[in-house]
Write a protein of this length. Structure first.
Lengths: 255, 224
């Protein structure tokens, strides 16, 4: 029995060994869920490099990177996190780059008859029982959602209806599945094919909340800094920006 | 289906079960045969992962092996990279998390072995170590397999601890349960359903094995 287990272990260890090809590990805010899957596929096709993509909440990644997570590149939905990492000396100097400004939308499924012409005021309607947002504690889109509701002066009336996704993708999944009636999610997710097919959205005016400035940075602890820089250049290229724009990101003018 | 995540998960579960088979034996032996008055303190510590929320365990492990702890610093000085968010860190966490799933069946099996046989062996001059491997272990096979299989299955389904110390890195710490979570968030329900079905089938198969095995033991030696 023991011999069998050891044999199987050996087999698996050799089976899952890291390949010798160029490889980068990217931690990306989950508003990039659909956009990045496309961009990464394009990048891999163009360069032959392999990208290991991990999606999650920007705040969680920030904590993980401080605790030594082995990412090469970090795309945060809030540029404040990579800035703090830069101040702590955990990044490659000069690599910090604001790759986009994010937008938020009010989203509801095809089955609902909510009229978004009233804007965020609609959230106080008694027919709406659950509103999904990302957890404002560590997700920048959650903070923007709270700010926008405060700006529209509905936050205090609706805060008991809020359900918090661990990140913005989970908040989107809550509304897509119908578990929540309505939600405030990233425009980039609302424009993703599965979300577009399942419902409709209303863009929350950009002046209703502080701008969601998003920043990327190459991490000093990463093993493949050169490849990480190459991926960052790809995002900055005309092709990368075109794809980002298609997902509703406001991209900086090309350098 | 995400074969990389499946491979990582099985590798993690197999290694966890293998390590627990080695580490768990002396602990279970001591728990069974020690006459120490305060033994219950150790028993409670071993059982702790059964009741502790995985996030609590994960949080402590993260702090304990992170770059701000002496242990974590020592590890990264020796090996060259920090322990959290690596396969090795996840393996350590899984071993701690599944400890009671191995040790408790081991100890229960040792308990079932007739003490007279063991003591006879000792009085005939056979060393304690030899008695253990030639008498106690063969008579406890079903319990040992149960413990190994349960810790394997428990590691397969681990989620909270992996989320805390794993970091969801492809080919390294992205296990099947995390992959399902990712697929749901990407609204890929078909992908999630396939992987979930695999996990369900394997878990059920493993439990079938455990129960079938223990039934056999009971049928061969109905009463003692």
């Amino acid at each position: 029995m023991i011999r069998l287990i050891i044999a199987l272990c050996m087999l698996l260890i050799t089976g899952v060994n890291r390949s010798a090809a160029e490889e980068i590990t990217i931690a990306a805010a989950s508003d990039l869920n659909f956009a990045f899957k496309e961009i990464v596929a394009e990048y891999e096709k163009a360069t032959g490099n392999h990208v290991k993509l991990t999606l999650g909440s920007s705040g969680n990644f920030y904590a993980q990177i401080q605790n030594g997570a082995p990412f090469d590149l970090y795309f945060s939905a809030d540029i404040a996190y990579p800035r703090k990492l830069e101040e702590a000396g955990l990044t490659v100097p000069g690599s910090l780059y604001q790759y986009a400004v994010g937008r938020i939308v009010l989203w509801t499924g095809n089955g609902s008859h909510l009229d978004f012409s009233k804007g965020l005021e609609i959230l106080s309607e008694p027919t709406i029982r659950k509103i999904a947002i990302a957890n404002p504690k560590h997700a920048p889109y959650g903070r923007a959602a709270v700010a926008a509701m405060e700006h529209a002066q509905v936050y205090d009336r609706v805060k008991d209806k809020l359900v918090l996704g661990e990140n913005i993708s989970q908040a989107a999944q809550f509304i897509e599945s119908g578990a929540a009636d309505v939600g405030i999610i990233a425009l980039s997710l609302a424009l993703a094919p599965p979300m577009q097919a399942a419902g409709h959205y209303w863009e929350i005016p950009a002046d209703a909340h502080p701008p969601i400035e998003q920043g990327a940075v190459v991490l000093r602890s990463g093993k493949n800094q050169e490849s990480a820089k190459a991926f960052l250049s790809f995002i900055q290229s005309a092709e990368g920006q075109r794809m980002m724009k298609r997902y509703g990101f406001v991209v900086p003018s090309p350098r | 289906m995400n074969w990389i995540a499946i491979a990582v998960t099985f590798k993690l579960a197999l290694l966890t079960a293998a390590v627990l088979l080695i580490v768990g034996l002396p602990i279970a032996y001591w728990l069974t045969f020690s006459k120490w008055r305060w033994k219950f303190i150790v028993e409670s510590v071993v059982a702790l992962p059964l009741v502790l929320p995985p996030t609590v365990l994960g949080f402590y492990i993260l702090v304990a092996i992170g770059p701000h702890s002496p242990v974590g610093r020592f590890y990264s000085d020796v090996v060259g990279h920090p322990l959290p968010f690596t396969f090795e860190g996840l393996l350590l966490a899984s071993i701690l998390y599944s400890l009671p799933f191995a040790v408790q069946p081991f100890a229960a099996a040792f308990e079932q072995v007739d003490r007279r046989l063991i003591e006879t062996s000792w009085t005939l001059g056979v060393s304690k170590l030899k008695t253990f491997f030639h008498l106690t272990v063969p008579l406890s096979t079903a319990g040992l397999i149960t413990g190994a299989v349960l810790s394997f299955a428990h590691t397969l389904g681990e989620f909270g601890v992996v989320l805390m110390v794993g970091g969801n890195i492809e080919g390294e710490t992205r296990t099947v349960s995390i992959d399902i979570y990712d697929e749901v968030q990407a609204l890929n329900y078909t992908g999630a359903a396939k992987t979930a079905m695999l996990l369900l089938a394997v878990s059920y198969g493993v439990l079938l094995l455990v129960y079938a095995m223990n039934r056999k033991v009971w049928a061969v030696w109905p009463q003692r």
